[in-house]
Design a protein around this ligand. Sequence first.
Ligand SMILES: Cc1cc2nc3c(=O)[nH]c(=O)nc-3n(C[C@H](O)[C@H](O)[C@H](O)COP(=O)(O)O)c2cc1C
Length: 334
Amino acid sequence: MTKLSQSVFFIGSVPVKPALALAPLHEITDQAFRSFMREIGGLGLTVSEMVSCEALIRKAAKAEKMLAGDGGRPFAAQIVGARPEAMREAAIIAEQSGADIVDINMGCPASNVTSGLAGSALLRDIKLAESCVKATIKAVKTPVTVKTRIGWDDSQKERADYLDFLKMFEDNGVAAVTIHPRTRSQQYKGKADWSFITRAVELGLKYPIIGNGDVLTPEDAERMFGETGCDGVMIGRGALYNPFLFKQITDNSFCVSHVKRVEITIRFFEIVMKQCNERESLHKIKKISGYFTKGIPGASGLRQKLNGLCDPAEILKELKIVVCHAGYPKKIPR
Ligand SMILES: Cc1cc2nc3c(=O)[nH]c(=O)nc-3n(C[C@H](O)[C@H](O)[C@H](O)COP(=O)(O)O)c2cc1C
């Protein structure tokens, strides 16, 4: 059987090779984070953070910035909305900005999104969801994909309503679907139930299915691929805890050390400083270094120290001290 690391699948005519995607994570997987992950390697597809259709139509600068590519291809722009006309306009903007794929968000559980009937709220209204899909597909030449959950709540999950959505997507020409097998009510709690991905694969739909949820190690990724029969695997939080995860999946000789983890934190900061202003860079490094250095000896002391610093040069100096400190100290020197 082909391993995930050697697999390829197509979204329309766009090849995803290896069959691995970085999941959209709002306020994390921005352009800087994605280009950083591309540099490490092992990725076949990146997706923008969700971008509000209404904000794009208003030409909000923050929304437009979210659509910026990361230097690698293929790149999908993810739009979130619930007004078919707005989806149409936003899809055109996303395509014009250079995205290879337009992805529709049908999974976001945040109440500020679902109150506007968007994200996972679309799973409660198959007619509206279909109108959004039709409008988006009609608007662009690029393939259109959907990222979805398995329902709004337990009752929808038990009825497996998501299978009706998957068929509706096929009838309308959706080019691939990512399934995060949790309901909206679960938010991120409990376990992602991969058997719902298997059920989707067993429908034998025309488009590829990308599995997503709780992949934290290279073994998890291969297991999801092997057990469910999905065409590709999308990883979010696993890549945040370990940015080398895609690299490790595709190169099993690659070893991660504590020093590599701090060095990669430094590299992330260098990329962020090139792409963002100083204030944003400081905010991002403080947020992300907490994930990247989790578990290494002295990490909490390092994080506390970084949090108190306001000068990027000082932050870099502290990180470099940690790398240079032979054998890793139990406590980071103050
Ligand atoms: C902080 C955070 C932000 C997220 N932002 C988005 C988003 O913008 N669009 C989206 O489709 N999913 C978003 N998700 C969901 C993830 O893409 C993914 O489906 C979920 O985290 C499960 O995958 P994982 O276990 O690999 O993280 C977000 C999740 C988290 C934790």
